[in-house]
Write a protein that binds this ligand. Structure first.
Ligand SMILES: Nc1ncnc2c1ncn2[C@@H]1O[C@H](COP(=O)(O)OP(=O)(O)OP(=O)(O)O)[C@@H](O)[C@H]1O
Ligand SMILES: [Mg+2]
Length: 252
Protein backbone atom coordinates (compact mmCIF):
# COMPACT_ATOMS: atom_id res chain seq x y z
CA UNK A 1 0.00 0.00 0.00
CA UNK A 2 1.26 3.49 -0.76
CA UNK A 3 2.13 5.68 2.19
CA UNK A 4 1.29 9.37 2.20
CA UNK A 5 4.38 11.20 3.47
CA UNK A 6 2.95 14.72 3.22
CA UNK A 7 -0.59 16.01 3.02
CA UNK A 8 -2.10 19.47 2.82
CA UNK A 9 -5.71 20.14 3.78
CA UNK A 10 -7.45 23.24 2.45
CA UNK A 11 -4.25 25.26 2.53
CA UNK A 12 -4.63 28.99 1.92
CA UNK A 13 -2.24 31.91 1.64
CA UNK A 14 -3.39 35.48 1.09
CA UNK A 15 -1.11 38.42 0.34
CA UNK A 16 -3.45 41.33 1.07
CA UNK A 17 -6.26 40.84 -1.45
CA UNK A 18 -4.33 38.32 -3.55
CA UNK A 19 -5.01 34.62 -2.92
CA UNK A 20 -1.71 32.98 -3.86
CA UNK A 21 -2.72 29.54 -2.54
CA UNK A 22 -6.41 28.75 -2.70
CA UNK A 23 -7.77 25.69 -0.89
CA UNK A 24 -4.89 23.38 -1.74
CA UNK A 25 -5.58 19.78 -0.67
CA UNK A 26 -2.86 17.48 -1.99
CA UNK A 27 -1.31 14.15 -1.00
CA UNK A 28 2.29 13.22 -1.75
CA UNK A 29 3.26 9.55 -1.77
CA UNK A 30 6.48 8.35 -0.17
CA UNK A 31 9.22 7.47 -2.65
CA UNK A 32 7.59 9.19 -5.63
CA UNK A 33 8.51 12.21 -7.72
CA UNK A 34 5.58 14.62 -7.75
CA UNK A 35 5.98 17.60 -10.08
CA UNK A 36 4.07 20.85 -9.76
CA UNK A 37 3.63 22.82 -12.94
CA UNK A 38 1.72 25.92 -13.90
CA UNK A 39 2.21 29.33 -15.49
CA UNK A 40 4.19 32.17 -13.88
CA UNK A 41 2.43 33.46 -10.78
CA UNK A 42 0.35 30.26 -10.36
CA UNK A 43 1.41 29.91 -6.71
CA UNK A 44 3.96 27.09 -7.04
CA UNK A 45 6.73 28.77 -5.02
CA UNK A 46 4.17 29.96 -2.49
CA UNK A 47 3.11 26.35 -1.95
CA UNK A 48 6.73 25.23 -1.44
CA UNK A 49 7.27 28.17 0.95
CA UNK A 50 4.28 27.00 2.98
CA UNK A 51 5.54 23.40 3.06
CA UNK A 52 9.05 24.46 4.16
CA UNK A 53 7.80 26.86 6.83
CA UNK A 54 9.21 29.93 5.02
CA UNK A 55 5.62 31.24 4.92
CA UNK A 56 2.84 30.76 7.43
CA UNK A 57 -0.49 29.73 5.89
CA UNK A 58 -3.51 31.99 6.32
CA UNK A 59 -5.60 28.86 6.83
CA UNK A 60 -5.44 25.08 6.45
CA UNK A 61 -3.21 22.26 7.65
CA UNK A 62 0.06 20.56 6.64
CA UNK A 63 0.72 17.01 7.87
CA UNK A 64 4.15 15.37 7.52
CA UNK A 65 4.02 11.66 8.35
CA UNK A 66 0.70 12.41 10.10
CA UNK A 67 2.29 15.07 12.31
CA UNK A 68 0.85 18.58 12.15
CA UNK A 69 3.71 20.87 11.02
CA UNK A 70 1.53 23.80 9.91
CA UNK A 71 3.03 26.42 12.21
CA UNK A 72 6.56 25.05 12.69
CA UNK A 73 9.48 27.35 11.75
CA UNK A 74 11.77 26.37 8.83
CA UNK A 75 14.64 24.97 10.96
CA UNK A 76 12.25 22.62 12.81
CA UNK A 77 10.74 21.43 9.53
CA UNK A 78 14.24 20.88 8.16
CA UNK A 79 15.19 18.85 11.23
CA UNK A 80 12.12 16.64 10.74
CA UNK A 81 13.47 15.63 7.31
CA UNK A 82 12.13 18.12 4.77
CA UNK A 83 14.83 19.85 2.71
CA UNK A 84 14.38 22.58 0.13
CA UNK A 85 16.22 24.37 -2.62
CA UNK A 86 15.40 27.87 -3.77
CA UNK A 87 14.33 29.23 -7.17
CA UNK A 88 17.07 31.86 -6.85
CA UNK A 89 20.41 30.37 -5.86
CA UNK A 90 20.96 30.68 -2.13
CA UNK A 91 24.63 29.84 -1.50
CA UNK A 92 27.47 31.64 0.33
CA UNK A 93 29.61 32.93 -2.58
CA UNK A 94 32.78 33.54 -0.54
CA UNK A 95 32.78 30.04 0.96
CA UNK A 96 34.17 26.95 -0.72
CA UNK A 97 31.85 24.17 -1.88
CA UNK A 98 32.77 22.09 1.13
CA UNK A 99 32.22 25.00 3.53
CA UNK A 100 28.78 25.67 2.07
CA UNK A 101 27.78 22.04 2.67
CA UNK A 102 29.41 22.07 6.11
CA UNK A 103 27.36 25.09 7.17
CA UNK A 104 24.17 23.44 5.92
CA UNK A 105 25.01 20.14 7.65
CA UNK A 106 25.76 21.83 10.96
CA UNK A 107 22.89 24.33 10.97
CA UNK A 108 20.31 21.59 10.58
CA UNK A 109 21.87 19.10 12.98
CA UNK A 110 19.08 17.17 14.66
CA UNK A 111 18.63 18.04 18.32
CA UNK A 112 19.32 14.41 19.27
CA UNK A 113 22.97 15.03 18.25
CA UNK A 114 23.35 17.64 20.99
CA UNK A 115 23.79 14.82 23.50
CA UNK A 116 27.01 13.73 21.83
CA UNK A 117 30.47 15.12 22.58
CA UNK A 118 31.68 17.99 20.33
CA UNK A 119 34.29 15.78 18.60
CA UNK A 120 31.63 13.25 17.56
CA UNK A 121 29.29 16.01 16.42
CA UNK A 122 32.09 17.58 14.38
CA UNK A 123 32.90 14.28 12.68
CA UNK A 124 29.25 13.72 11.91
CA UNK A 125 28.98 17.20 10.32
CA UNK A 126 32.14 16.61 8.25
CA UNK A 127 30.85 13.25 7.05
CA UNK A 128 27.47 14.69 6.10
CA UNK A 129 29.13 17.53 4.17
CA UNK A 130 31.40 15.10 2.31
CA UNK A 131 28.51 12.72 1.52
CA UNK A 132 26.42 15.63 0.21
CA UNK A 133 29.26 16.88 -2.03
CA UNK A 134 29.75 13.37 -3.36
CA UNK A 135 26.02 12.88 -4.01
CA UNK A 136 25.63 16.17 -5.87
CA UNK A 137 28.69 15.39 -8.00
CA UNK A 138 30.95 18.18 -6.74
CA UNK A 139 33.59 16.25 -4.74
CA UNK A 140 36.24 17.34 -7.25
CA UNK A 141 35.28 20.99 -6.58
CA UNK A 142 35.39 20.70 -2.79
CA UNK A 143 37.94 23.49 -2.23
CA UNK A 144 36.65 25.74 -5.01
CA UNK A 145 35.03 29.06 -4.06
CA UNK A 146 31.32 28.96 -4.80
CA UNK A 147 31.53 32.29 -6.62
CA UNK A 148 34.20 30.91 -8.99
CA UNK A 149 32.00 28.10 -10.26
CA UNK A 150 29.66 28.05 -13.25
CA UNK A 151 25.99 28.82 -12.71
CA UNK A 152 25.09 25.17 -13.28
CA UNK A 153 27.58 24.05 -10.64
CA UNK A 154 26.19 26.64 -8.22
CA UNK A 155 22.73 25.13 -8.72
CA UNK A 156 24.22 21.68 -8.07
CA UNK A 157 25.81 23.04 -4.89
CA UNK A 158 22.43 24.38 -3.80
CA UNK A 159 21.11 20.81 -4.07
CA UNK A 160 24.22 19.58 -2.21
CA UNK A 161 23.47 21.97 0.67
CA UNK A 162 19.97 20.59 0.87
CA UNK A 163 21.34 17.02 0.89
CA UNK A 164 23.74 17.91 3.72
CA UNK A 165 20.67 18.17 5.96
CA UNK A 166 19.89 14.51 5.09
CA UNK A 167 16.23 15.02 4.21
CA UNK A 168 13.69 12.31 3.32
CA UNK A 169 11.55 14.72 1.34
CA UNK A 170 13.11 17.20 -1.10
CA UNK A 171 11.32 20.38 -2.17
CA UNK A 172 12.96 21.61 -5.38
CA UNK A 173 12.00 24.97 -6.82
CA UNK A 174 13.02 25.04 -10.50
CA UNK A 175 16.39 23.29 -10.14
CA UNK A 176 17.01 23.62 -13.91
CA UNK A 177 16.20 27.33 -14.20
CA UNK A 178 18.76 29.26 -16.24
CA UNK A 179 20.86 26.21 -17.14
CA UNK A 180 22.28 25.21 -20.50
CA UNK A 181 21.22 21.86 -21.96
CA UNK A 182 24.42 20.05 -20.94
CA UNK A 183 24.10 21.25 -17.32
CA UNK A 184 20.38 20.42 -17.30
CA UNK A 185 21.11 16.83 -18.29
CA UNK A 186 23.55 16.52 -15.37
CA UNK A 187 20.99 17.80 -12.89
CA UNK A 188 18.22 15.60 -14.36
CA UNK A 189 20.57 12.65 -13.87
CA UNK A 190 21.21 13.76 -10.26
CA UNK A 191 17.47 14.07 -9.57
CA UNK A 192 16.86 10.60 -11.03
CA UNK A 193 19.53 9.19 -8.70
CA UNK A 194 18.04 11.01 -5.69
CA UNK A 195 14.57 9.75 -6.61
CA UNK A 196 15.68 6.17 -5.87
CA UNK A 197 15.69 6.79 -2.12
CA UNK A 198 13.93 10.11 -1.53
CA UNK A 199 10.52 11.63 -2.07
CA UNK A 200 10.71 14.62 -4.43
CA UNK A 201 8.33 17.53 -4.90
CA UNK A 202 9.60 19.29 -7.98
CA UNK A 203 8.55 22.61 -9.48
CA UNK A 204 9.76 22.78 -13.05
CA UNK A 205 8.91 24.63 -16.24
CA UNK A 206 10.96 22.29 -18.46
CA UNK A 207 8.27 19.80 -19.53
CA UNK A 208 10.77 17.34 -21.05
CA UNK A 209 12.45 17.11 -17.65
CA UNK A 210 9.10 16.79 -15.87
CA UNK A 211 7.99 13.96 -18.12
CA UNK A 212 11.40 12.26 -17.74
CA UNK A 213 11.44 12.38 -13.93
CA UNK A 214 7.94 12.73 -12.48
CA UNK A 215 5.35 10.07 -11.72
CA UNK A 216 2.66 12.29 -10.24
CA UNK A 217 1.75 15.72 -11.57
CA UNK A 218 -0.22 18.66 -10.20
CA UNK A 219 -1.19 21.60 -12.36
CA UNK A 220 -1.71 24.93 -10.59
CA UNK A 221 -3.38 27.99 -12.08
CA UNK A 222 -4.19 31.22 -10.20
CA UNK A 223 -3.43 29.74 -6.78
CA UNK A 224 -5.67 26.71 -7.33
CA UNK A 225 -5.06 23.08 -8.18
CA UNK A 226 -6.48 22.67 -11.67
CA UNK A 227 -5.81 18.96 -11.75
CA UNK A 228 -3.67 16.31 -10.06
CA UNK A 229 -2.92 12.72 -11.08
CA UNK A 230 -0.44 10.47 -12.80
CA UNK A 231 1.66 11.92 -15.61
CA UNK A 232 -0.47 9.98 -18.11
CA UNK A 233 -3.73 11.33 -16.66
CA UNK A 234 -2.47 14.90 -16.86
CA UNK A 235 -1.08 14.45 -20.37
CA UNK A 236 -4.54 13.35 -21.49
CA UNK A 237 -6.49 15.98 -19.56
CA UNK A 238 -8.51 18.26 -21.81
CA UNK A 239 -8.63 21.02 -19.16
CA UNK A 240 -4.87 21.01 -18.73
CA UNK A 241 -4.21 21.08 -22.44
CA UNK A 242 -6.48 24.08 -22.84
CA UNK A 243 -5.34 26.08 -19.83
CA UNK A 244 -1.69 25.24 -19.45
CA UNK A 245 0.08 23.09 -21.99
CA UNK A 246 -1.41 25.08 -24.87
CA UNK A 247 0.04 28.26 -23.39
CA UNK A 248 3.46 26.74 -22.63
CA UNK A 249 5.41 28.81 -25.14
CA UNK A 250 4.24 32.04 -23.52
CA UNK A 251 5.38 31.08 -20.01
CA UNK A 252 9.18 30.87 -20.39
N1 LIG B 1 5.74 37.73 -0.45
C1 LIG B 1 4.78 38.07 -1.32
N2 LIG B 1 4.05 39.20 -1.16
C2 LIG B 1 3.06 39.53 -2.02
N3 LIG B 1 2.72 38.79 -3.10
C3 LIG B 1 3.43 37.66 -3.32
C4 LIG B 1 4.48 37.24 -2.45
N4 LIG B 1 4.99 36.07 -2.93
C5 LIG B 1 4.29 35.78 -4.03
N5 LIG B 1 3.35 36.73 -4.28
C6 LIG B 1 2.37 36.73 -5.38
O1 LIG B 1 1.69 35.48 -5.32
C7 LIG B 1 1.44 34.98 -6.63
C8 LIG B 1 2.07 33.60 -6.75
O2 LIG B 1 3.48 33.77 -6.75
P1 LIG B 1 4.48 32.52 -6.80
O3 LIG B 1 5.84 33.07 -6.67
O4 LIG B 1 4.04 31.50 -5.81
O5 LIG B 1 4.22 31.97 -8.28
P2 LIG B 1 5.00 30.84 -9.09
O6 LIG B 1 3.98 29.86 -9.56
O7 LIG B 1 6.12 30.30 -8.29
O8 LIG B 1 5.55 31.66 -10.35
P3 LIG B 1 6.93 31.51 -11.18
O9 LIG B 1 6.68 30.39 -12.16
O10 LIG B 1 7.07 32.82 -11.87
O11 LIG B 1 8.04 31.24 -10.23
C9 LIG B 1 2.03 36.00 -7.60
O12 LIG B 1 0.97 36.85 -8.02
C10 LIG B 1 3.03 36.76 -6.76
O13 LIG B 1 3.19 38.09 -7.22
MG1 LIG C 1 8.14 30.28 -8.50
Amino acid sequence: MTEIILRTERLNKNFGGLIAANNISLSFERGRVHAIIGPNGAGKTTLINLLSGDLLPSDGTILFKDRDITTLPPHKISQLGIGRSYQKTNIFPTFSCYENCWVAAQSRLKTSMHFFRPAIRLRSVQERAERALDLCGLSHRSACLASAMSYGEQRQLEIGMMLATEPELLLLDEPLAGMGSEESLQVIDLLQRLAKNHTLILIEHDMDAVFAIAEQLTVMVNGRVLETGTVEQIRNSQAVQEVYLGAEEETS
